[in-house]
Design a protein around this ligand. Structure first.
Ligand SMILES: *Cc1c(COP(=O)(O)O)cnc(C)c1O
Length: 354
């Protein structure tokens, strides 16, 4: 495959990218996919395509990868943060309250955090009731679905657009940076294709102020031919491991997050909650046993130093989000964990004295 791309002499935005876009769109249940250079770019370009302008308000969550907010700030828009639930997910009731009071908010980036799908019915209600332009952040939720009224529904089907990332540690990771935009609307997809390539509508005709956010042929070929065909098996393995953690972690000092009802998460991460003053102790204890825990995320986005330099708004004091950030630990979860490693994580966590 490396030889095939090498011999073609065409390294960026070619046949491999087109093929990957087709396969990704098919995997995702139809519509159009547009390959870009990263998940951040997928979000930023989608905001541009939907007409988001400097000063526009964009509702989003205080707990996510920083990229979610960065995309908003980079187009000159103003992030508006609503609080999360104590599971760390954006609180859609709080969003409804806020949108009721703030009819000027037209844009919304919900995040299917940890691969737990937000309920599509509630997202749809918000979209229609407040006439929102929605970009779903699906960087952690590829393969995650929810039981709908008639069929299972992948995340990313409610928004006019959705963004995903193929950062190496994501459920579908490339051997480098890459991302994609998904949309059911062919016109929006065309716009995104122009914006990723200097805003060209035709060769050397620059219709818009665009980006250099082109996807490489090599990444696209790897994703289409090697990694995407393995995604379902990888997701299944993640679900098996997470299911074992759900069933067998019994330490009262370590609380797993409940699963959203009717949802089939992609199990991107396995977060647990501990007492805020015991988090470092748990991480150190795990490390001493040769187990690497993570923290997603240690700081709520509005509390990041970079945010002091830009305008943003927060609705309420985001108490639950900030509390979540003090308590979260992510246990090891990836498709190549061996059965004995999973056993060890369970035994070691269960043996922690708190
Ligand atoms: C990884 C991630 C992104 C950004 O993707 P990159 O490819 O790293 O730019 C955005 N949102 C969430 C929720 C992510 O996890």
């Amino acid at each position: 495959m490396f030889a095939e791309v090498g011999a073609s002499g065409w390294y960026i935005l070619g046949e491999q990218v087109r093929e990957f876009e087709l396969r990704l769109a098919t995997y995702w249940g139809g519509g159009c996919a547009v390959g870009v250079a990263s998940g951040l770019d997928a979000l930023e370009i989608s905001l541009k395509v939907l007409g988001c302008r400097p000063g526009d308000r964009v509702l989003t969550t205080p707990i996510s990868a920083f990229a979610t907010t960065l995309a908003i700030v980079k187009v000159g828009a103003i992030p508006v943060f609503a609080d999360t639930t104590d599971q760390g997910q954006l609180d859609l009731n709080a969003c409804a309250d806020l949108l009721e009071r703030r009819r000027d908010i037209r844009y919304f980036i919900p995040v299917h955090l940890f691969g737990n799908p937000l309920p599509p019915g509630e997202l749809r209600t918000l979209r229609d009731r407040f006439e929102l332009s929605i970009i779903e952040d699906c960087a952690q939720s590829i393969g995650a679905s929810t039981r709908g009224e008639y069929r299972r529904e992948f995340t990313g089907q409610v928004g006019q657009m959705a963004a995903t990332s193929f950062y190496p540690t994501k459920n579908l990771g490339a051997m480098g940076d890459a991302g994609a935009i998904l949309t059911p609307d062919a016109k929006l997809a065309e716009q995104a294709k122009a914006l990723r390539d200097y805003g060209q509508s035709a060769k050397y005709r620059h219709e818009w102020i665009g980006y250099n956010s082109r996807l490489d042929e090599l990444h696209a070929a790897l994703l289409a031919q090697v990694f995407l065909p393995r995604l379902d098996a990888w997701t299944q393995r993640r679900r098996d491991i997470a299911g074992q953690y759900d069933a067998r972690l019994v330490n009262p000092h370590v609380r797993a997050l409940g699963l959203p009802t009717g949802a089939c998460p992609s199990r991107h991460l396995y977060p647990v909650l501990v007492a805020p003053d015991r988090r470092d102790a748990l991480l150190a204890y795990l490390r001493a046993q040769g187990i690497v825990g993570g923290v997603h995320y240690p700081v709520a986005i509005p509390d990041q130093p970079a945010m002091q330099a830009v305008p943003f708004e927060q609705f309420t004091n985001l108490m639950r989000a900030r509390e979540f950030c003090r308590r979260e630990v992510s246990l090891p979860l990836h498709p190549y964990l061996l059965a004995e490693e999973v056993e060890r994580v369970i035994a070691v966590v269960n043996a922690w004295s708190g």
